[in-house]
Design a protein around this ligand. Structure first.
Ligand code: DGY
Length: 329
């Protein structure tokens, strides 16, 4: 049986979504959209959880214990528009009988593509070159010794977190001739490891000391907060480059900025930050640092498919079943 009268839940969406997604939601549910394309202020979020059967939040909405404490009795599902659920206190939601779902899988390839673009850009000085071309006088002609970067082929890539996105990066990296190493809570099945040509390191510290590139793909949880702290960053080679398309909180940004400034790390490409949309000013203005505005999953197709996932999760739940992308704390 549906937990909602008539099987048609009241769904409150906190951000503007692709139009086709909003239209489909309108056909299936009693939906309340945010037409402003700006995050809901806290009071509006409180009002939303008080009247919603289903809440559809995104990245910037803090669904914490305080907010969940104010939720109305009807709130039964939080169908996150996004793969990462670090914006939601899943444990507290669970205790209050509220299920949480997310949108994994559909953004893995897009995020892996962006990771590769960033990983290639920093050692080959892409943004320096592009910026320079904006100035007519800056380029005086080809030179054997000018704008030299570092080769990618044959180098070692360390992947921190080997879930769907990490694996999609591993596949691409092998095609670029990178040697793939990974650290993950659990080792992959031998067959998957062989397919990906990836070597597992039980010790993150040991892997860090050996790689030329490090790409972060673990979620942000209490266990991964500042996992890459000053001590661990110092284990890395000074020629190493770090790429982060996961969550800013996994890296201690102050420690990273200090090392980049001191030349103790060769570069970084960051799409995510500890206090988005604020960016640590110490990371700005460094030639070896590429900063992007959290756009790893930003494709037209991906954002549609994320919406389709949200709809399937809500519809399945409204039909009285377990949402396919249920997040278990
Ligand atoms: C995610 O899905 O977690 C992205 O970071 C934002 O959509």
């Amino acid at each position: 049986p549906s937990p909602f009268p008539g099987g048609r839940p009241k769904v409150v969406v906190t951000r503007k979504l692709p139009e086709a997604v909003e239209a489909r939601m309108g056909e299936l549910f009693d939906v309340e959209l945010n037409l402003d394309d700006a995050p809901l202020p806290r009071e509006a979020l409180v009002a939303a959880v008080q009247r919603a059967d289903v809440l559809v939040p995104t990245l910037g909405d803090k669904i914490d214990a305080g907010l969940l404490g104010q939720a109305g009795p009807n709130l039964r599902l939080i169908a996150n528009y996004g793969a990462g659920v670090d914006n939601i206190d899943v444990e507290t939601a669970r205790r209050r009988g509220i299920q949480v779902s997310n949108t994994p899988g559909v953004l893995s390839d897009d995020t892996a593509d962006m990771t590769m673009a960033m990983l290639l850009a920093v050692p080959r000085r892409l943004q320096e070159g592009a910026r320079l071309m904006e100035d007519e006088a800056a380029w005086t002609g080809w030179s054997p010794t000018w704008m030299l970067g570092r080769r990618i082929t044959g180098k070692r890539l360390g992947i921190l977190g080997m879930g769907r996105i990490g694996q999609a990066v591993a596949r691409r990296a092998s095609a670029f001739g990178l040697e793939v190493h990974y650290n993950n809570r659990r080792r992959l099945h031998q067959q998957t490891e062989q397919e990906l040509r990836a070597r597992w390191w039980e010790s993150l510290d040991q892997m860090l000391a050996r790689v030329d590139f490090l790409s972060v793909h673990c979620p942000h949880t209490p266990a991964t907060y500042h996992l890459l702290n000053a001590r661990r960053l110092k284990l890395m080679k000074p020629e190493a480059v770090i790429v982060n398309t996961s969550r800013g909180e996994v890296i201690d940004e102050n420690a990273l900025a200090r090392m980049l400034q001191a030349g103790e790390l060769a570069g970084a490409a960051l799409d995510v930050f500890e206090r988005e949309p604020a960016v640590n000013p110490k990371l700005r203005g460094l030639p070896n640092v590429l900063l992007l505005p959290h756009m790893g999953s930003a494709t037209e197709e991906g954002r549609m498919e994320m919406g389709e996932k949200v709809i399937i999760n809500i519809k399945t739940f409204a039909d009285g079943h377990r949402p396919p992308d249920l997040v278990v704390p």
